[in-house]
Ligand binder design. Structure first.
Ligand SMILES: Nc1ncnc2c1ncn2[C@@H]1O[C@H](COP(=O)(O)OP(=O)(O)OP(=O)(O)O)[C@@H](O)[C@H]1O
Ligand SMILES: [Mg+2]
Length: 322
C-alpha cells in the first residue's frame, strides 16, 4: 500500500513480487475485498498444491504396487515354469521306470553275447597254435555288442536328461522310430504288436525333440496298457504320421484296447486323473501342455471298431520363421 500511484511504480512493485498494488487514499471496503480475494487465491493455491502432492503420492504408490506386482508375476512365472519342468521330468522318469525291467532285459542280450564271445576268444587264443582269425572275429562281435548296449543306455539317458527345452526342426518319423526302439522289448514282453505306418517325406515340425518324444512315449505306453488284457492277437498299437498337405503334420496312436467312456473323453487330459493302480495320471495332461506349447493340439476319439486314437497335430517348421 503506497501513495506512489504512477504506472512505473506499480509495474516495479508487482515485478518485485507483490500480489496486488493498492494506492492511497484507499476505500476500506475495497481494500477488504482485495485482501479477501488474495486470501481466497492463496487458499486455492494451497489446496491445489496439497491435491497435487496427494496425487503424486498416489502415483508413486501405484508405481510401487505395479513394480511389486510385476516382480511377483515374474517370480510366480519362474516358479511355475520350474515346477512344470520338474513335473515334466518326473513324468519322463515315471514312463522310463515302467520300461526299466524290459530295458534291463534288453541289455542282457548284448551282455550275454559279450560274455560268451570273450570266453570263446580266450579259448581260441589258448589253442596251440592259437586261432587268431577266429579270436579276432569274436572280438569284433564283442565291439558290436558293446556298441549295441551303449546305444540302449544312451537312449535311456536322453529321456532321463534334465534341461531347458530347445527348439529345432524335428522329424516326427524319426521320433516315432526312436520311441519304437525304446519300447521295443517292452512290446515283446507284453506280447503286443507295435506297427509303424509313417508317411515318407513329411516336413519337419518345430520343437523340442525330447519333449515331443515324451508325448509319443506317453501315448504309446498308454496304448500298450489299454491293450494289455486283450487276447494276444488283438494287442495292436499303430503309430501313424500324415501331412495335411498344408501347414500341419499329424501323428496318431491308435490302439485296439478297451476304449474310453464318452463321459471320460476330456477327463483323461486332467492332471492326476488315472484309472491305473500305479498311474500318476499326469501323462496326458503333460502331453497336452507340451503339444499346445508347440502350437499344436492333442485330441482323442473312439475308433469305429474298438479302442481309441490319440491325435497330435503339430505345425510344420518354417525355417527362419517366427
Ligand atoms: N489309450 C487309452 N485307452 C483307454 N484309456 C486310456 C488310454 N490312454 C489313457 N487312458 C485313460 O486316461 C487315464 C489318464 O492317462 P494318463 O496317461 O494321463 O495317466 P496314467 O497313464 O494313468 O498315469 P501316468 O501318469 O503314469 O501316465 C488313464 O489312467 C486311462 O484311464
Ligand atoms: Mg499314461
Amino acid at each position: 500500500m503506497t501513495s506512489l500511484a504512477d504506472t512505473a511504480s506499480r509495474v516495479r512493485g508487482l515485478e518485485l513480487g507483490a500480489v496486488d498494488y493498492v494506492t492511497k487514499p484507499f476505500v476500506r471496503a475495497e481494500l477488504a475485498a482485495r485482501v479477501r480475494a488474495q486470501i481466497a487465491v492463496r487458499a486455492g493455491a494451497r489446496a491445489l498444491a496439497e491435491k497435487n502432492a496427494e496425487l503424486e503420492r498416489t502415483a508413486a504408490e501405484l508405481a510401487r504396487a505395479r513394480d511389486t506386482l510385476e516382480a511377483e508375476v515374474v517370480r510366480r512365472t519362474d516358479e511355475l515354469m520350474a515346477t512344470n519342468q520338474r513335473l515334466t521330468h518326473m513324468n519322463r522318469v515315471a514312463a522310463m521306470s515302467e520300461l526299466a525291467a524290459s530295458i534291463a532285459h534288453e541289455l542282457n542280450q548284448p551282455l550275454a553275447a559279450i560274455l560268451s564271445n570273450a570266453q570263446a576268444a580266450r579259448r581260441l587264443l589258448q589253442k596251440n597254435p592259437p586261432d587268431v582269425t577266429e579270436a579276432l572275429a569274436a572280438l569284433g562281435d564283442i565291439v558290436d555288442d558293446d556298441r549295441r548296449a551303449a546305444t540302449i543306455i544312451q537312449r535311456m539317458r536322453t529321456m532321463l536328461k534334465k534341461g531347458a527345452p530347445r527348439t529345432d526342426g524335428q522329424d516326427l518319423n524319426e521320433l516315432a522310430r526312436e520311441v519304437a526302439r525304446l519300447v521295443g522289448n517292452d512290446v515283446l514282453l507284453r506280447g503286443a504288436t507295435l506297427r509303424l505306418d509313417l508317411a515318407p517325406g513329411l516336413p519337419r515340425v518345430r520343437g523340442d525333440g525330447i519333449q515331443l518324444q515324451q508325448v509319443v512315449l506317453n501315448l504309446v505306453v498308454n496304448a500298450l496298457d489299454a491293450v494289455a488284457d486283450r487276447p494276444p492277437d488283438r494287442r495292436l498299437v499303430v503309430v501313424r504320421t500324415r501331412g495335411d498337405g498344408k501347414d500341419r503334420v499329424v501323428l496318431s496312436v491308435e490302439d485296439s484296447g478297451k476304449g474310453i467312456a464318452p463321459a471320460d473323453m476330456e477327463r483323461v487330459f486332467e492332471a492326476f486323473y488315472t484309472t491305473k493302480a500305479e498311474g500318476l495320471g499326469v501323462g496326458l495332461a503333460i502331453s497336452r501342455s507340451i503339444v499346445e506349447a508347440h502350437g499344436g493340439r492333442l485330441s482323442v476319439e473312439n475308433n469305429p471298431g474298438e479302442g481309441v486314437t490319440f491325435r497330435c497335430q503339430l505345425p510344420v517348421w518354417e525355417e527362419g520363421g517366427a
